[in-house]
Ligand binder design. Sequence first.
Ligand SMILES: Cc1cc2nc3c(=O)[nH]c(=O)nc-3n(C[C@H](O)[C@H](O)[C@H](O)COP(=O)(O)OP(=O)(O)OC[C@H]3O[C@@H](n4cnc5c(N)ncnc54)[C@H](O)[C@@H]3O)c2cc1C
Length: 393
Amino acid sequence: MTSQKPALHPFALMNVEARLTEEQRAMQSVVRDYLNKNVQPHIGQWFEDGQIPARELAKELGNIGLLGMHLQGYSCAGTDAMSYGLACMELEAIDSGLRSLVSVQGSLAMFAIYRFGSEELKQQWLPKMAKGDAIGCFGLTEADFGSNPSGMKTFAKKDGNDWIINGSKMWITNGNIADVAIIWAQTDEGIRGFCVPTTTKGFTANLVKHKLSLRASITSELVFTDMRVPDSMRLPEATSLRAPLLCLAEARFGIIFGVVGAARDCFEVSMRYAQTREQFDGPISRHQLTQNKFANMATQLTNSMLLAYHLADLKDSHQIQPAQISMGKFNNVNAALEIARSARSILGGAGITTEYSIFRHMSNLETVLTYEGTHEIHALVLGEALTGISSFR
Ligand SMILES: Cc1cc2nc3c(=O)[nH]c(=O)nc-3n(C[C@H](O)[C@H](O)[C@H](O)COP(=O)(O)OP(=O)(O)OC[C@H]3O[C@@H](n4cnc5c(N)ncnc54)[C@H](O)[C@@H]3O)c2cc1C
């Protein structure tokens, strides 16, 4: 006999959203409604086509205040970290590629300028980027230096008051559509960052094709050939590898919330399916094995949400530490992937098409597990924090 009780959403079961303020809830629901109306109907097709109208989207997302939203001044919204996290969650409930567009713009490119740039660079780029009138990318990874960026080969040589940059970067989100690139390069004095318009002579972007993950996102190789830039394009406060790593910590915070959004969508889609799909003369949601999947998914989803909230509290009180962010990414991305796989199995054959969002989330999450520090690298960060022993080499 099937129960007639109303079905509870995991977040309602544990009342996890009770701790949000009215303002945070209102912002979250504005973002959710906007995305459900304007982006959700198209995202499956964009993913299939391997294209996304990133320029148009950036303007729209800028209009609703989502670009660089946690930064103060320069036309940025200046919200708290919790609100920024909640917006990332809604973006990634649609697609990780959409959240990547916003993360790279706000937390990597804009944050690098905001935290390490001169006042002139901030005035030049941040207001345009906040409105989506200019798009940024962030070039740290190279083909031979991913997990270990300290070995980067891109080199900036001082020449009078200019720098001449040679080298290349790989896997750079937004590279082909960017107006400005944050480029990290080795110099005679150590690693430095440069804020370079992509129209600069010697700058080339080549599209990465044949991706099976994050297809609704632009990924590029950047090549720099005798690219001459004035010293005024250098980020003066960035004086070591610590600078790009701080930017990555900002972006990872968005991922910690974002993947909860992707996992939430997987849970909701599979629950709707299980309540209407009938086998052996009744809905598949009545089977104990299916319910066990929902029990596990709901518990993982709730734990991930609570961890994200806790990290937002730490960030809003300016206490957050890199190892704490590593634990958030380590746990939440892995949990989201497990939820996506379990949700996919509930849909049976229907789960492998783009008609439902789950497989798309699952394939996107494979990238999220790898970028912004791989799952293994975050395990090593946690291992070092817990034992005091570094095992990177
Ligand atoms: C779609 C996409 C978008 C991206 N966007 C950007 C971007 O905008 N900007 C940017 O700079 N980068 C970007 N990246 C790059 C991303 O950050 C790197 O892919 C990531 O850091 C891993 O580097 P790698 O791919 O070279 O793998 P590798 O570093 O070669 O790692 C391969 C494997 O070895 C493991 N490994 C490496 N070292 C160790 C160790 N010490 N101990 C144990 N295991 C280890 C890794 O965990 C991984 O499993 C993007 C990547 C993708 C796929």
